[in-house]
Design a protein. Structure first.
Length: 424
């Protein structure tokens, strides 16, 4: 069920599904009856519409819904068994299967796939070197999706990329920046960046394919994962412990010091992996998190696991096409910009909640003070603490009596923070 390459279904068995949404004689001037790709849920065909547009037909395999239902029942049974085994319950297999069950059920409705593609395309507008295929809704439905055919080679096909004179440095950077924006700014990210779902065009653009697996992050989850990422980058075990606690992973008091020691050692080893073995991506630093949590029998939340998976897959293909790729180096400046945007956004959000005394103004959230100081010095070591902002927000209606005063004080303090961040 999970295979990317399976034996294709004969065209005669799948023709009826195509005809249901796009009568072949009326819709196409050309349709290749031999699929160029066959996966677990669907097969893909090259075609040309009457208006000359070159398209790809993603057609659902007959009877796949029934097969998925059977496979899911088997997976749920296996997951329960694995969850009882020592050293494996950290991965929360029942939770993974439950999430996968919801995801795969959603993927069986190809209209969702198409809507995901359109939202991702909207979010990626103006992002350098990224393309998303257009969806032709007049020929699409729940069991067939017709999309723009964009030609390219797999992102891991180094020989082809070199023959096309592609700047693989730019490709790696553009892909990383696109995923960072999707995860930490949009909260809506392509969740399956294996090389088969990423093509590179003749002019070096990355084409995203297959939008069934999408990660969705509410703003508060984005902030937590942003703090987790900065904690990993800086080997800041205290910040990581705080994030784990807020994600529901409470470390026992008796274990806290040994936990921090183990996590710190693993983080340092992960960050220096390229010194030991240059063929390995430095994104292996993220394995330090799961390795340490497994030792202390703490479960990694699904949303964190998906983020780690995506970052590691991006690191793998980036290192493959650019041997000098260093995730820890490349991510810092871009992440710094994201942090700045988040700080200004948070401060703007609480303008109406500011205190009315100089003593309380001096007690502005530690996260803003610390982030401002460090970002002004050009370093990336920040703590965005939602609790601080919430505490400040509780003063609504009592801290400042006049709306005019509230706005005036807010403008003054916000201006000072912006100047401190960007002009020093």
């Amino acid at each position: 069920m999970l295979s990317d390459k399976v034996e294709p279904v004969p065209f005669e068995d799948i023709k009826a599904t195509i005809e249901e949404y796009a009568p072949i004689e009326k819709s196409f001037t050309y349709l290749n009856e031999r699929p160029f790709a066959a996966a677990s849920l669907s097969q893909e065909y090259e075609a040309k519409l009457k208006d000359g547009s070159e398209v790809v037909l993603k057609v659902q395999r007959p009877g796949i819904r029934e097969k998925v239902a059977i496979d899911l029942s088997i997976l749920k049974f296996i997951a329960k068994k694995f969850d009882t085994l020592y050293d494996l319950n950290i991965y929360n297999f029942p939770g993974i299967v439950e999430d996968f069950s919801k995801q795969i059920t959603s993927e069986l409705d190809f209209t969702r796939d198409g809507k995901n593609a359109e939202l991702l395309a909207k979010n990626m507008e103006g992002v350098k070197g990224i393309r998303i295929p257009k969806i032709y809704w007049e020929f699409s439905g729940s069991r067939m999706l017709v999309m723009e055919h964009i030609y390219g080679v797999r992102i891991d096909d180094i020989v082809a990329l070199k023959s096309m004179n592609i700047d693989t440095h730019d490709v790696a950077r553009n892909g990383l920046h696109a995923y960072l924006k999707q995860i930490f700014q949009d909260g809506f990210f392509h969740g399956d960046p294996h090389p088969g779902n990423l093509l590179v065009t003749q002019n070096g653009d990355i084409v995203f394919l297959d939008f069934g697996l999408i990660g969705i992050l509410r703003p508060e989850k984005r902030d937590l994962l942003l703090r987790m990422l900065t904690g990993v980058l800086n080997a800041d075990v205290d910040e990581l412990v705080r994030v784990f606690n807020e994600l529901g992973m409470k470390i026992k008091d008796a274990w806290i010091e040994s936990f921090k020691d183990d996590l710190y050692v693993n983080l340092l080893e992960g960050q220096n992996v390229k010194i030991i073995d240059p063929s390995k991506p430095d994104t292996e630093a993220f394995l330090a998190i799961t390795n340490t949590l497994r030792k202390y029998r703490l479960r990694v939340p699904m949303v964190a696991m998906l983020m780690i998976k995506v970052i590691m897959m991006v690191g793998d293909y980036s290192l493959g096409i650019w041997p000098e790729f260093n995730f820890l180096v490349e991510v810092r400046p871009y992440l710094g910009e994201i942090v700045k945007d988040r700080i200004v956004s948070q401060v703007t959000k609480v303008v109406y909640n500011l205190p009315d005394t100089t003593q309380e103004v001096a007690r502005m959230p530690h996260s803003v003070n610390e982030a401002s100081r460090v970002l002004a010095n050009g370093n990336l070591f920040v703590r965005l603490t939602d609790a601080d902002v919430d505490r400040l927000g509780d003063r609504i209606g009592t801290a400042v009596k006049s709306a005019a005063n509230r706005i005036l004080i807010g403008i003054i303090i916000l201006s000072g923070i912006i100047l401190y961040l960007f002009l020093r």
